[in-house]
Design a protein around this ligand. Structure first.
Ligand code: NDP
Length: 256
């Protein structure tokens, strides 16, 4: 049973996109705080690698094959998590994709693809998890937004629209589920070195430099630097915190 305010012993967490990047950093953080972790994503090899890393860190971990845009697959993944771990307490909606193009150059499929994963996927997973969290007498939902939940950029229309939506969805769920003792919050990562941002670092050196310069700490973050805030939002320490969006960004969002 959980004892200290940051202790996740006995808790079960499901992390979408937990097989790499920020999701894996968060999954490892939750595991080190004592949680059993289910990693839900599409690529089975990456998922198997993440499960092995979690187990090497001493955690109970399972991999679940799941596309967050597929409601039936999400239902099956959550049922499998509950069957194997006995319940579900913490959901991290982290899966995300991006397409960089000017708004007028986007196809409908490209627009829809980003909105489907980044926003509708958060809805599908949260809705499926809700009864399981209620079964446990409460729980925690952590949605991964972005600096693009606050700002926008000429080539990030669907991404920024989806991530702005994630913050509003977070507030709506926080209001709806407070009566169930479910806290729903968002983390807004700043610029983090992962596969998703690799093209920025390699193909757009000028943009990379501008971002680094604008960030007060003068560097990009690493996936493990999201773990502390995730553990806080997953633990009893945050029981009076709901509906908020916490930037973890080296100060990127504090200045114009
Ligand atoms: P990565 O590209 O490294 O990871 C994205 C993850 O999402 C992968 O694990 C991928 O797994 C999963 N994923 C993608 N599509 C789907 C899908 N349809 N169903 C299930 N899982 C899916 O990116 P990051 O780690 O950088 O991004 C993680 C989150 O953080 C995203 O929501 C992103 O928008 C957000 N973010 C990232 C920032 C950064 O600077 N890196 C900054 C701000 C926010 P698989 O392919 O196996 O399905």
């Amino acid at each position: 049973m959980a004892s200290g305010p940051f202790d996740l012993e006995g808790k079960v967490a499901l992390v979408t996109g937990g097989n790499g990047g920020i999701g894996k950093g968060i999954a490892l953080g939750l595991a080190r705080a004592g949680a059993s972790v289910a990693v839900a994503a599409r690529n089975p090899d990456k998922t198997a690698g993440a499960v092995a890393e979690l187990e090497a860190a001493g955690a109970s971990a399972i991999g679940l094959s799941c596309d967050v845009t597929d409601s039936a697959a999400v239902d099956a993944a959550i049922a499998s998590c509950v069957e194997q771990f006995g319940g579900l307490d913490i959901v991290v909606n982290n899966s995300g994709v991006n397409v960089r193009k000017l708004p007028q150059d986007l196809s409908l499929e490209e627009w829809q693809g980003v909105i489907d994963v980044n926003l509708t996927g958060v809805f599908i997973v949260s809705r499926a998890a809700y009864p399981e969290l209620v079964n446990r007498g409460g729980g925690k939902v952590i949605n991964i937004g972005s600096m693009m939940s606050i700002f926008a950029n000429e080539t990030l229309a669907p991404y920024a629209s989806s991530k702005g939506g994630v913050v509003q969805f977070t507030k709506a769920c926080a209001a709806a589920w407070a009566k169930d003792n479910i806290q729903v919050n968002a983390i807004l990562p700043g610029w983090i070195s992962t596969e998703m941002t690799e093209p920025l670092r390699t193909d757009m050196p000028e943009r990379y430099r501008t971002i680094t310069e604008r960030t007060p700490v003068k560097r990009w973050g690493t996936p493990d630097e999201l773990a502390g805030t995730a553990v806080f939002l997953a633990a009893a320490a945050s029981n009076f915190v709901t509906g908020t969006a916490i930037p973890v960004d080296g100060g990127y969002s504090i200045q114009s």
